[in-house]
Design a protein around this ligand. Structure first.
Ligand SMILES: NC(=O)c1ccc[n+]([C@@H]2O[C@H](COP(=O)([O-])OP(=O)(O)OC[C@H]3O[C@@H](n4cnc5c(N)ncnc54)[C@H](OP(=O)(O)O)[C@@H]3O)[C@@H](O)[C@H]2O)c1
Length: 314
């Protein structure tokens, strides 16, 4: 079977022929239909994650496909896969036949295509857990979302609106405003984020960008409010004036979806139902399995929309 293999940190993933996996206790073999290329895969690939599979390895933390051998699931069952060591401890999902721990799998409804089934978990559950499990968002609150054009940010905007919040969606350029739901208030950053943000105040910040944008957005949270930190694409430092921080009493709350995996899995069926009937939307950009390197580049570019997924040739 074909797999994309990485020989060293940062080396391009290259196709290789591997022996087909054999069924073992506690594992399910899945024929891959779509496998996500996400920021976590870039982090592992770049040697910046806390662990990585031994080299050479098959990347890929998420996927969707069909069960071909299992003691737990019926052959032919459509499933999504995520985590449980896939692509971080041992070989992952960028291959034709995935050898997955049983606990990595979830059932994929017929109405959700494999590309979406592969890509949904990280952005949808991250946004859900950030809003509901971590921030305990309440209807009527003002929720400021940075990186609102991104996968997690766009889901946070949609889910906060669904939860009855007043949403302020932060985008970089005026042209991106059209992509936001009409019910959201859109704030365009332009050249001076601090000036652009000066007129808003919020009860809750969901920050998916980090760096200087987090520094500019944090003071916009009212005293007693909360700020959930999701990502640090724009920089991983934040300088705090401690006196100011204590006086303002805004709770800085990190999101770590590996630690919050159970909460994400608990929310997955509801999120899949909303994706199936169109209440939630997530764009996916398919690439051929062999084009994994191009997908890794694509997700690192500003202005890309949605999630990259590798699709197996029929
Ligand atoms: N903590 C966790 O457990 C967890 C879970 C999921 C994701 N994450 C992290 O969350 C982050 C967002 O994930 P994602 O999937 O939403 O990524 P994404 O789809 O690539 O979106 C990135 C967003 O950030 C914006 N952005 C990027 N660089 C920026 C900058 N310098 N200034 C202002 N805006 C900038 C992009 O705007 P443009 O559209 O204008 O380029 C876009 O809206 C990533 O760092 C990811 O690793 C963390």
């Amino acid at each position: 079977m074909k797999a994309m293999r990485v020989a060293a940190f940062g080396a391009p993933p290259l196709p290789a022929q591997l022996a087909e996996p054999q069924l073992r206790a506690g594992r399910t073999i899945v024929r891959m239909e779509a496998a996500t290329v996400g920021h976590i895969d870039r982090t592992v690939w770049g040697g910046k994650f806390l662990r990585h599979p031994p080299f050479p390895y098959t990347p890929g933390v998420e996927a969707a496909g069909v069960v071909v051998a299992s003691t737990l699931h019926a052959v032919g069952q459509r499933v999504w896969l995520r985590g449980s060591g896939l692509g971080t401890l041992f070989d992952g999902t960028w291959c034709e036949l995935i050898d997955a721990p049983d606990e990595a799998l979830g059932l994929l409804p017929d109405a959700v295509p494999s590309t979406l089934g592969s890509a949904f978990f990280s952005p949808c559950t991250s946004a859900w857990v950030a809003l509901h499990d971590i921030a305990r968002m309440r209807a009527g609150e003002r929720v400021l979302v940075t990186g609102a054009t991104g996968a997690v940010g766009s889901l946070a905007v949609q889910l906060a609106l669904d939860g009855g919040a007043h949403v302020i969606a932060v985008v970089g350029q005026a042209a991106q405003a059209a992509a936001m739901p009409p019910a959201a208030q859109v704030l365009v950053l332009g050249d001076d984020p601090s000036e652009a943000l000066a007129s808003v105040s919020a009860d809750l910040l969901v920050d998916t960008v980090g760096g200087p944008l987090l520094a500019a957005a944090l003071p916009r949270v009212e005293p007693g409010g909360r700020a959930v930190l999701v990502g640090y694409t724009a920089g991983n430092g934040l300088a705090l004036d401690l006196a100011h921080f204590l006086q303002r009493d805004v709770a800085l709350l990190p999101l770590n979806m590996f630690r919050r995996d159970a909460a994400g899995r608990a929310a997955a069926p509801e999120l899949l139902a909303r994706l199936a009937d169109g209440r939630l939307r997530l764009d996916v950009q398919p690439f051929a399995l062999e084009d994994a390197a191009a997908a890794l580049d694509w997700i690192a570019q500003r202005g890309h929309r949605g999630r990259a997924v590798l699709v197996a040739r029929p």
